[in-house]
Design a protein around this ligand. Structure first.
Ligand code: A2P
Length: 394
């Protein structure tokens, strides 16, 4: 009988196929096929470099096994197997349990914990269309969202899924495969974009989705998408994402914090709530950071959304003659409003945008929580376990 081993795995239901872990792994222990991204047990040395870069926590899965799952087995999975009973005797399993506990503590410290979907969220469809079998969508529109003179070129792209089954929930992402090959001559991997339209389509009842994409200097995916014209065909994979979802419970209160194109899922959340026939009892509060009003995606339409549906706080970092403001500064300026939300068990927190803002936002939330006697780390971990705390940064 083999001595039990710990094996590092990826949860195929939660993984959003962004391939960041694969690109980060220093020893090429992570690989993918058309379906799944997987870890090679023969190569993985538990260095943990892949853990903090994963936006969903799907990378943070571990099993004690007598025989490691092969790559071929993992490629077939649509969900993770349960932990199997181990027959290696009490001593060895106990020692391994301890080793696992230490490993998990270390892994969770890096990743900030695993994501959990809101309890009332609809069940998402995942990975219906893979790299091997993408959908050919057609571009219905490509509109610039930021002022012509602004140094930030952000686009609103509408894709018609051409009748293919492509159910998306607010908060999910899709992949777009840029044509051509990379420097090594391999086909480009899909680039992930958050959907900014609600589940019933950009236009209600039409099988179309919208994206919010910023042109990045030398970005293969973003330049391809931002240059698309009406009528162009695009190869699309997905949908992806099983945790950063809108609660269906209309009484859920939402505290949403974003920078730039991180606003995409919040546009979808807001439109979903606007279109819900009975409306929603739970309020929504948005903290949104951008360089200037000209470079804040959807600034005009957002200002028209009534405060009774969505309370908005804008933070501008580069307005001439004004003090630099980040979202965390606006949160501190409105600490009573944030504190009241933090104390309410109906509140869900969503953070989306620049990875750099994560630490500052966490610190602001910690200060505000602690000012009303809530120990932040315990509160945040409990909220996360209840599916009420969600972070997606890149
Ligand atoms: P900055 O002016 O310092 O770059 P955009 O996508 O248009 O660049 O917007 C991102 C916004 O997020 C900018 O206002 C940017 O400010 C701001 N930002 C940059 N770093 C952080 C951070 N660490 N915390 C919060 N906001 C940040």
């Amino acid at each position: 009988m083999n001595k039990p081993l710990k094996q590092h795995l990826i949860d195929p239901e939660i993984c959003i196929r962004c391939y960041t872990c694969e690109m980060t792994c220093p020893i090429q222990a992570i690989t993918h096929d058309d379906m799944n991204v997987v870890v090679d047990a023969d190569k993985c040395n538990f260095c943990m470099d892949c853990i903090p870069v994963c936006p969903t926590g799907s990378i943070d899965e571990w099993r004690v096994v007598e025989t490691p799952y092969s790559l071929d087995e993992q490629f077939e999975w649509t969900e993770l197997p349960e932990q199997a009973e181990i027959s290696g005797g009490d001593d060895s399993t106990e020692a391994l349990d301890e080793a696992m506990a230490a490993l998990l503590a270390e892994a969770h410290a890096g990743a900030g914990g695993k994501s959990v979907a809101p309890a009332s969220a609809s069940k998402p469809s995942i990975n219906l269309h893979t790299i091997g079998k993408p959908v050919t969508a057609r571009v219905q529109g490509n509109y610039r969202l930021t002022a012509e003179g602004s140094d930030s070129d952000v686009r609103h792209i509408i894709l018609d899924m051409a009748g293919a089954p492509f159910p998306v929930l607010e908060g999910q992402s899709i992949g777009i495969i840029p044509p051509g090959t990379d420097a090594e001559g391999k086909p480009h991997l899909p680039r992930l974009y958050s959907v900014s339209s609600p589940r019933d389509g950009e236009r209600p009842g039409y099988a179309n989705v919208s994206l919010t994409v910023k042109r990045e200097p030398h970005g293969v995916g973003s330049n391809y998408v931002c240059d698309l014209s009406k009528g162009d065909e695009v190869q699309v994979t997905g949908p992806f994402g099983a945790t950063f979802l809108l609660p269906d419970d209309p009484a859920a209160r939402l505290l949403m914090i974003c920078t730039g194109t991180g606003s995409a899922p919040f546009r979808a959340f807001t439109m979903r709530r606007q279109r819900m026939s009975a409306g929603a009892a739970g309020d929504m509060v948005l903290f949104f950071g951008a360089r200037t009003p000209d470079s804040l995606p959807y600034f005009g339409p957002l200002k028209k959304v009534p405060d009774s549906l969505l309370k908005k706080h804008f933070a501008f970092s580069r307005v001439e003659g004004e003090e630099k403001q980040y979202v965390q500064d606006r949160m501190r300026a409105h600490e009573d409003e944030v504190a009241e939300l933090l104390a309410d068990p109906n509140t869900h927190i969503y953070v989306c945008g620049l990875r750099g803002m994560e630490a500052g936002v966490d610190e602001a939330l910690a200060n505000i929580a602690e000012s009303i006697g809530l120990p932040w780390v315990t509160t945040r971990d409990a909220m996360r376990a209840e599916g009420r705390y969600h972070v997606e940064t890149y």
